[in-house]
Design a protein around this ligand. Structure first.
Ligand SMILES: NC(=O)c1ccc[n+]([C@@H]2O[C@H](COP(=O)([O-])OP(=O)(O)OC[C@H]3O[C@@H](n4cnc5c(N)ncnc54)[C@H](O)[C@@H]3O)[C@@H](O)[C@H]2O)c1
Length: 324
């Protein structure tokens, strides 16, 4: 079972699982997207809210593995709906873990690099400290919700013997991602002929990880017995400045006129947002324990993302929003 299987990462995961021959059930509050063609033909879709424990339990019956991808994700959302972030992510996950336990299924939980907060000592190993700002800054709501969920996953393991692994993704990008994140928004704006915003001169760094690589790590974590009880950083270690990413995207997109526009984060998003200067994983553990390494080069991943976007006008017609 894949919760959030109609979302960005979940939809690619579902495709991967059905392609290798697994029987897959998707549990999501929305219907499958226009280009989830393979999944629509080969997976079962159940529409529901992860806070609905009965429906989840009924749906999860018979599952071997529950990949828990459903969550409220994105800076625009956690600034606009901080209560939903806490409510859906934390309470919903409680219900997902209960359902998995009743089904006797293993769990792979999708967590995030945001858990490390603004710890300046990069690269981050899985057991490094979390360094967060004040609770009056909404930016930390998501990080705290995902960290509390990790505690919950390990509490289920300790108290009830649930077999669960946690994967922490780092700036995953690729086809289908909502145009509210650094790369998806840049591709969306560039192909729609709008200048791409560069926040605070673009000197911040990220380690963009192509979705196929993130999915591969997720699947291994579900298959691998040694993954239970462990956390894995699933992210590329190639550090790139935001400016470099935007330049690559605008070059691939082509077009006329000004390609970028400078934005002051505080002026655009208000004092409740805090950006991170560097976000870099140490992915040694995933390599050593799972045998996982990301293999997609940034230029190649961006070219595939731009190519997909050009071929999917419905995505180009979506409104863009937010920052990440
Ligand atoms: N994309 C990234 O770079 C990234 C980075 C770190 C962590 N993650 C984590 O990976 C997971 C997937 O992220 P994504 O980028 O695919 O996000 P997404 O928003 O594209 O997908 C989330 C899915 O969850 C579903 N969902 C939300 N609330 C629900 C509810 N109450 N009941 C049922 N379904 C619900 C949504 O409809 C959506 O299909 C999330 O847990 C996220 O925190 C993603």
């Amino acid at each position: 079972m894949v919760t959030g299987g109609c979302g960005f990462l979940g939809s690619h995961l579902v495709e991967h699982l059905v392609t290798r021959g697994d029987t897959v059930t998707v549990f999501d509050s929305i219907a499958p997207g226009p280009d989830q063609v393979i999944a629509r033909d080969h997976a079962r879709f159940v529409e529901g809210d992860i806070r609905d424990g009965d429906r989840l339990t009924e749906t999860a019956a018979g599952a071997d593995v529950v990949y828990h991808m459903a969550a409220v994700v994105g800076v625009d959302r956690y600034l606009a709906r901080p209560l939903d972030v806490i409510d859906i992510n934390v309470l919903g996950t409680r219900a997902v873990l209960d359902a998995a336990l009743r089904a006797g299924a293993r769990v792979v939980h999708a967590s995030t690099s945001e858990v490390f907060g603004k710890n300046p000592a990069v690269p981050w190993r899985e057991n490094d400290d979390r360094v967060l700002g004040p609770t009056t800054t909404d930016r930390w709501t998501y990080s705290s919700s995902k960290a509390l969920i990790e505690h919950m996953v390990f509490a289920f393991a300790r108290q009830y013997g649930l077999e669960a692994a946690v994967v922490r993704y780092f700036n995953v990008y690729g086809p289908r991602q909502r145009p509210a994140f650094l790369i998806s928004r840049s591709v969306h704006r560039a192909l729609n002929g709008h200048p791409v915003p560069v926040y605070d001169q673009g000197g911040q760094t990220r380690c963009p990880t192509f979705v196929d690589d993130a999915v591969a790590g997720t699947v291994i974590a579900g298959d691998h017995v040694a993954a239970a009880g462990e956390i894995f950083n699933i992210g590329s270690m190639r550090e790139t400045t935001v400016r470099e990413v935007v330049d690559l995207v605008t070059e691939l997109a082509g077009g006329e006129g000004p390609r970028t526009v400078e934005v002051d984060t505080r002026a655009a998003l208000g004092a409740h947002y805090e950006d991170l200067n560097r976000r870099v994983p140490d992915n040694t553990k995933a390599r050593d324990v799972l045998g996982w390494v990301p293999t997609t080069d940034l230029a190649d991943g961006l070219a595939r993302t731009v190519g997909w976007a050009r071929a999917n006008p419905w995505w180009l017609a979506l409104p863009d929003s937010g920052a990440s």
